[in-house]
Design a protein around this ligand. Structure first.
Ligand code: HEM
Length: 560
């Protein structure tokens, strides 16, 4: 049916170079969800097949010419690719690159991708998500309204009774209607969000039915964190009140309709509430990098002050993000997580789809696999990892971390790559720690500024530690204590993966604090850093013990 190969679809992905694990953007969905629309889940030799009917009505716009065109328009539009200079935008560039970070997000410009990194909205979309699809997509809108386990009216929805699959098969092929919007990229994103909700629900409905019967399940989906489930899935109840948490509502949900007090709503909206603070993190990172561009021609004191100011801005942003993260406990209950997460599992490394999923008529009939929706696809922590050059161990677990970096909007992905490279090229870490004689302080003021750089560096690492520690606590309370399923929604091993990165950050802190002589003498970094390092020392031990215990109980190897 002419759906093209996986590689072709990868090439359609908004101009970002494709790699072996490159995750498609919504352009990809515009290509081949055709297969899902028309059939039902068939399990053959442990492999899920999304079977296609002939002639094929399409849940997702069918590929062939129309979707390829829609995807190509993303490639060809000069402004849609982040490396093209757009004279109308007042922006800044990552030093020594052509990557633009927006100041003005131009919310009404529909020719630009919905997701572009900015110093004002950070990693949130350039404008608040489109809530409703145009009228020609009413059947989709209607189906999504009737889909949740419990609908907005409180009545059981299609997923409660296992009827979504049948309803999906009645959908008409809306390819031509999709084609009409190929120049409106945010609208294409809204289509991606809605179709990917249907696709995940369609694929995972049987898992949910078995879960409700208490049968052991394995899982797998393919919706994305930014483009679909989390960052493009909120609306403002009162536009004038902006992004205040109580003013946020879901656009789509799987479990309790759009009830803003549900645990699913809390889970999604706390992510949005955190990411709304990412603008200063981006802005501060840009300032810190820019401060180091001309290391030879600038006065060291002025340079360090500008650098420290940038780090301070990042620190303020990260502190807010971590404070908001703490609200998760109250907004989304640990006992509720395992029921709505059924629908956000991926199709990589999941026992129910051990070989992936065959999209009939696609990819020469070979199975494909994608990681599921996961905060691991958020860009704030990866930005910190790359800016601060945090060293991760060479383990299979770290390979999973790298793989997660592929699952995000192209612009975010490229931003992270450029920041990593820029930070290394400019020697940001060396400059911050100033151990190299090249950065030696020659005046008292310079010495003070250098100590401040080091303190800020330790505090920034501490925010990353804090984030990852809380995460480990989430994993323990929301997952490990609730279920024995060994893998998370993104396909990472639940006991060992988060500790792999958390332990690495703490090792790095210990190493750095020691190397700059932070505990005493003229290089003493003071009481606040001492308290931080005491905490690190206690948490390292505690984490080791906890991970050992879970590994033993579950027969898991620490490195995998
Ligand atoms: C109930 C709350 C949460 C739970 C149970 C949870 C669970 C998980 C799990 C199990 C992973 C492992 C990756 C995978 O999916 O395979 C993960 C990764 C991650 N999640 Fe969450 N998460 C929660 C909330 C959040 C929030 C609010 C954010 C904010 C953006 C977030 C950001 C991340 C990040 C950045 C990673 C990667 C961690 C790393 O690089 O070490 N998560 N999460």
């Amino acid at each position: 049916m002419g759906v093209g190969t996986l590689e072709e679809r990868r090439q359609l992905d908004k101009g970002v170079p494709s790699g072996p694990r490159h995750q498609p953007d919504f352009a990809y969905l515009g290509v081949d969800e055709a297969g899902i629309s028309s059939g039902h889940r068939v399990y053959q030799q442990n492999m899920a097949v999304m079977k296609r009917r002939e002639p094929s009505p399409h849940l997702f716009p069918q590929n062939t010419v129309s979707s390829a065109k829609a995807a190509n328009c993303l490639l060809e539009s000069p402004s849609s690719h982040s490396t093209h200079f757009n004279p109308y935008l007042v922006n800044m560039f990552i030093p020594n690159t052509s990557f633009e970070v927006l100041d003005d997000t131009r919310p009404t410009d529909v020719s630009l991708p919905a997701f572009m990194v900015s110093t004002t909205r950070g990693f949130l979309p350039r404008a608040d998500p489109i809530v409703a699809l145009p009228p020609e997509f009413d059947p989709i809108e209607d189906l999504l309204r009737r889909m949740p386990v419990s609908t907005q009216s409180g009545h059981p929805g299609l997923l409660a009774v296992g009827q979504l699959g049948d309803e999906v098969q009645k959908l008409a092929d809306l390819t031509e209607e999709v084609e009409k919007y190929h120049d409106n990229i945010p609208m294409m994103n809204a289509l991606y969000r809605d179709y990917s909700f249907l696709a995940s629900a369609y694929l995972l409905e049987p898992c949910h039915m078995r879960f409700m019967k208490g049968e052991p399940t394995g899982f797998k989906p393919f919706m994305e964190y930014a483009g679909s489930y989390a960052l493009f899935n909120y609306r403002l109840q009162d536009p004038d009140r902006g992004l205040e948490y109580d003013n946020l509502r879901l656009i789509r949900a799987f479990e309790h309709g759009l009830d803003p007090s549900s645990s699913e709503a809390g889970f999604v909206l706390v992510h949005v509430d955190m990411v709304k603070n990412s603008g200063p993190i981006v802005a501060g990172a840009m300032s810190a990098l820019s401060a180091l561009v001309d290391q030879n021609g600038t006065d060291l004191t002025a340079q360090r002050k500008a650098f420290n100011k940038g780090l301070q801005t990042v620190l303020g942003g990260m502190q807010k993000v971590n404070a908001v993260m703490e609200t998760m406990w109250g907004k989304s209950k640990p006992r509720s997580y395992t029921s709505f997460r059924t629908f956000i599992f991926g199709i990589t490394s999941q026992s129910m789809f051990p070989e992936g999923v065959v999209y009939e008529g696609i990819n020469e009939g070979k199975p494909m696999s994608f990681r599921g929706e996961s905060g691991a696809n958020d860009s704030m922590i990866p930005l910190m990892d790359n800016l601060l050059q945090i060293q991760m161990p060479s383990t299979p677990l770290t390979e999973i971390l790298q793989d997660f970096r592929e699952y995000r909007p192209s612009n975010h992905r490229q931003f992270l790559v450029e920041v990593k490279q820029c930070s290394e090229e400019l020697g940001v870490k060396d400059f911050a720690l100033g151990v190299d004689p090249h950065f030696a302080a020659t005046t008292n003021e310079q010495h003070e500024q250098l100590l401040e750089s080091r303190r800020l560096w330790v505090k920034l690492l501490n925010e990353v530690r804090d984030f990852r520690w809380r995460h480990w606590c989430f994993a323990r309370e929301y997952i490990l204590k609730q279920t024995s399923h060994p893998t998370a929604t993104g396909g990472s091993p639940i006991v060992t993966w988060l500790p792999n990165q958390l332990q690495a950050v703490m090792e790095e802190m210990v190493e750095i604090y020691g190397s700059v002589g932070g505990q005493l003498g003229p290089t003493d970094l003071g009481d606040e850093c001492r308290d931080i390092m005491d905490l690190v020392s206690r948490q390292r031990d505690k984490l080791r013990k906890e991970v050992d215990k879970y590994c033993q109980e579950r027969g898991v190897s620490i490195r995998n």
